[in-house]
Design a protein around this ligand. Structure first.
Ligand SMILES: NC(=O)c1ccc[n+]([C@@H]2O[C@H](COP(=O)([O-])OP(=O)(O)OC[C@H]3O[C@@H](n4cnc5c(N)ncnc54)[C@H](OP(=O)(O)O)[C@@H]3O)[C@@H](O)[C@H]2O)c1
Length: 286
């Protein structure tokens, strides 16, 4: 039995779709705090089970009988360490043989606020009695779809990442890699630094949007505080804007760059290009 947490989220759902390509639906368990969100998966024969990180009593039953677990990191920044601890403890109690965890790229040196909870989680997993696979995911290309929308509206993309190269890849690339690990697990614990094949700077992103739209698109690089203020003005809550600006500033120092080819190797294909992602974002923007 293969279980995936966060199955109602974008990445978890993609992983389950990939698994359904090769595995019997009855050997896949989709875990979600709101199972009704994934009723369509139940209709396709996947076992859908309630698993709320904040309600440990749901976790051990949800993990009983599971051989391999993908713990998709929680989206509730600030609550993630205790939430992940609850899942790992339940997995231990249920005797889950393998845990794969979606961590963050370059965790050993990353100055990002967002890296801290991943570091705590990796430390918890270091003591796990079974096999542990650390999927240290880089940024999603989809994170930059907002830049495409901003470029269309204002003729510029804004950020604080300067000349920093960003090795982003599509969610679907990371999903392919996670599904490959669950399908064909390693014999021993493994760590993968997962990044897009070709990095890009924000200026290159702006240039690519300009090329595809036939417009002049600038990259407005600014200080971290100024960028955070701009994000607040655009509607982000203050705390989250600070975290995003912090991540972007860290990207300027190389925190989201890697020349690792582990992602395309695991996924079995090259990762999505910047050109394809911009085309997709422009299509989505109409
Ligand atoms: N690499 C990147 O660029 C990047 C960007 C954003 C996030 N991330 C990280 O990668 C993870 C997966 O990305 P994603 O795009 O799939 O995010 P997502 O669509 O926001 O999915 C997050 C999942 O976590 C679940 N979750 C949150 N709190 C929970 C709880 N208390 N109990 C059980 N489940 C809970 C959500 O359930 P509900 O559907 O009930 O909310 C959802 O299924 C994120 O959660 C975040 O840790 C990475």
């Amino acid at each position: 039995m293969i279980a995936v947490t966060g199955a109602s989220g974008a990445l978890g759902r993609l992983v389950i779709e990939r698994l359904l390509g090769t595995e019997a639906p009855s050997s896949i368990r989709a875990l979600a705090r709101s199972p009704e969100k994934i009723a369509d998966l139940a209709a396709r024969g996947v076992e859908v089970v309630e698993a709320d990180y904040d309600r440990p009593e749901t976790l051990t039953p949800a993990l009983t009988g599971v051989d391999r677990l993908l713990l998709v990191s929680s989206s509730e920044v600030g609550k993630r360490a205790p939430q992940h601890r609850a899942v790992i403890e339940a997995a231990r109690a249920a005797g889950v043989g393998l845990i794969a965890y979606t961590s963050i790229l370059n965790i050993d040196s990353s100055p990002m606020i967002l890296a801290e909870e991943h570091r705590e989680t990796e430390a918890m997993l270091a003591g796990y009695p079974g096999t542990v696979v650390l999927l240290r995911n880089g940024w999603y290309l989809e994170n930059y779809f907002g830049d495409v929308a901003a470029a269309l509206a204002h003729g510029a993309v804004a950020g604080t990442s300067g000349e920093g190269r960003i090795s982003a890849a599509a969610r679907s690339d990371y999903a392919d890699a996670a599904a490959a690990v669950l399908r064909d697990p390693p014999a021993t614990s493994t760590t993968h630094e997962l990044a897009g094949d070709t990095g890009f700077t924000r200026a290159e992103l702006a240039a690519e949007i300009g090329r595809q739209t036939g417009r002049e698109i600038a990259f407005a690089n600014m200080g971290e505080a100024e960028f955070a203020a701009l994000l607040v003005k655009a509607g982000l809550p203050e705390g989250f804007a600070a975290v995003v600006a912090d991540a972007d500033a860290a990207a300027g120092k190389g925190a989201l760059y890697s020349d690792s080819t582990a992602l395309s190797t695991l996924a079995g294909h090259p990762t999505k290009t910047l050109e394809a992602a911009v085309r997709e974002a422009l299509t989505a923007a109409g």
